[in-house]
Design a protein around this ligand. Structure first.
Ligand code: ADP
Ligand code: MG
Length: 314
């Protein structure tokens, strides 16, 4: 079957009747389906080579890039490989990441079936109150502390669209990938399948992605894309850090020179709340010079959670 040329609506796939299209990402289409005998609800994720080649990428969309010295550029990994990665990494995570079924190949792509998760993405929950949002972020940090201790080791594509908020708690879906891939362009060693707005260094840094997501969820603006004027209070260690990544071609680090700080958006985010949010983005304000400097940030989600509990922020 040519997955890219047909609509899946009304088809029966492995005993599941496809009833709705519920999403379309940079590399995939997501359909809702129900089992023809048991009525069990499922989601079918279809990845095609055509969709990934045609995708016009929004800032929240996952894309695949190869890294080379001084830059990066798009690549087209095999769809079956992408879905197989998701399947294997789900199993390695010991159920911390949503478990998905083994994928099957199509003429121009692949598909995988997984349980339907009742709930809404964290992006859709952004209009709830601050206390609820802090609690949800703490839940994400808790699940991530399990992921980092599991064989899966990282999520790799943490963002509000990949967090499903359910009545029973949160579920993380759709992990990214950092490593070697078979691509249309050949076998490539240094690849990243992730969302650059949350992983601007194109490094496997879930803690940074969690920081960007926390700013976005709490302040309703993305720290690296909703910018202000160039800041006058950037210290030397932050300038040097930006220069180090510019040399590697990661030009989105320039955004750090025009950040809008939490207290500049919401007066109630001054003081310790701002210090905490700055540390999540690997920043601190120097007490003597009052300049924004680079900070190593938290070393693990475990350490971040300890801090949250001690500060009684949740
Ligand atoms: N198992 C699921 N249950 C319910 N909704 C889902 C499920 N999987 C995905 N979705 C919805 O579809 C969207 C895209 O799915 P995702 O697996 O993240 O694909 P993509 O690779 O396109 O980002 C999610 O943000 C979510 O809204
Ligand atoms: Mg996703």
């Amino acid at each position: 079957m040519q997955a890219s040329e047909i609509t899946w609506l009304g088809l029966i796939v492995d005993d599941y009747l496809v009833t709705d299209e519920i999403g379309r990402g940079g590399m995939s289409r997501i359909y809702r389906a129900s089992h023809v005998h048991s009525g069990a609800e499922a989601v079918i994720k279809v990845v095609t080579t055509k969709d990934s080649a045609d995708a016009e990428l929004g800032r929240n969309q996952t894309c695949a890039n190869q890294l080379f010295s001084g830059g990066f550029g798009p690549v087209h990994p095999s769809p079956l490989q992408l879905l197989s990665m998701e399947w294997k990494r789900g199993m390695q995570s010991g159920a911390a990441l949503c478990c998905v079924g083994q994928p099957a190949e199509l003429a121009d792509g692949a598909y995988g079936i997984r349980p339907f998760l009742k709930g809404r993405t964290l992006r859709k929950e952004m209009s709830t109150g601050i206390t609820e949002k802090l609690k949800l972020l703490a839940d994400v940090a808790l699940v991530m502390s399990l992921v980092e201790k599991s064989a899966a080791a990282y999520h790799g594509d943490l963002k509000p669209d990949n967090v499903i908020v359910q009545e029973s708690g949160i579920k993380l879906i759709d992990p990214g990938y950092f490593g070697s891939l078979h691509c249309t362009e050949g076998d490539i060693e240094n690849c990243v399948v992730t969302t650059p707005a949350y992983y601007p260094l194109l490094e496997n840094d879930d803690l940074f992605a969690f920081g960007a997501m926390s700013w976005e969820v709490l302040l309703s603006r993305h720290p690296l894309t909703d910018l202000g004027a160039p800041r006058q209070d950037v210290g030397e260690s932050l300038r040097q850090w930006v220069r180090d990544y510019q040399i590697l071609g990661r030009h989105s680090v320039n955004s750090f020179l025009s950040l809008v700080l939490p207290s500049e958006v919401r007066a109630d985010f001054a003081g310790s709340a701002e210090t905490f949010l700055l540390k999540l983005l690997r920043l601190r304000r120097d007490l003597e010079s009052n300049k924004l400097e680079y900070d190593p940030g938290f070393a693990s989600f475990g350490e971040l959670l300890d801090h949250l509990h001690r500060a009684k922020l949740t």
